[in-house]
Unconditional design. Structure first.
Length: 179
């Protein structure tokens, strides 16, 4: 996993809970926390941080990942405003993930392996989003969707009809956006 993800997690935790909380999470996870944005780190490190945060907060790991995704989206919008420019709404933004945003991510962060999404846009009200990643961080993807909706002044009603954690080949989200 690229260091930028760890940098975003550190900023989200430090902003909401303070630097001491980030340091405690690193200590509890037995990690040094020296993450550079362009560096590549073992996926297990982010999972350890999520696990210790889950234990500290007494909430499921999936909820920690959703929280992180929601909090990271404004940080991404601030760092990479061009990714968000020229989009009137969340739906428009999400539909650019595979063709515009993730190719740029690969240019900015060589070696990055972002998830692959597929979209069913047949219904004007609902967007069906397929998520596929060896990391199986579908809860993080859901949090990013919620955070994107908040960025565009919308709310996202999200239901997950299939999940890789339950044997599905990919995760499937049904998303409806409201002003």
């Amino acid at each position: 996993m690229k260091g930028i993800v760890f940098n975003l997690l550190e900023e989200a935790v430090s902003t909401e809970f303070g630097d001491a909380t980030w340091d405690r999470l690193l200590d509890d996870a037995d990690l040094d926390g020296a993450y550079t944005s362009l560096g590549s780190y073992d996926d297990a490190e982010i999972l350890r941080l999520v696990s210790v945060a889950s234990a500290a907060l007494n909430i499921p790991e999936q909820d920690v990942l959703r929280w992180f995704g929601r909090r990271a989206m404004p940080l991404l919008a601030k760092r990479y405003p061009t990714f968000f420019a020229n989009h009137p709404n969340t739906r428009s933004f999400l539909l650019t993930l595979n063709n515009i945003i993730h190719p740029e991510v690969r240019k900015l962060y060589p070696g990055a392996s972002p998830p692959v999404f597929d979209f069913d846009t047949g219904d004007n009200d609902d967007l069906v989003i397929g998520y596929n990643s060896a990391r199986r961080l579908c809860a993080l993807a859901e949090g990013f969707m919620q955070g994107a909706a908040e960025h565009f002044g919308e709310q996202a009603g999200i239901t997950q009809s299939a999940c890789m954690h339950h044997g599905a080949a990919k995760c499937s989200f049904h998303v409806r956006f409201h002003p």
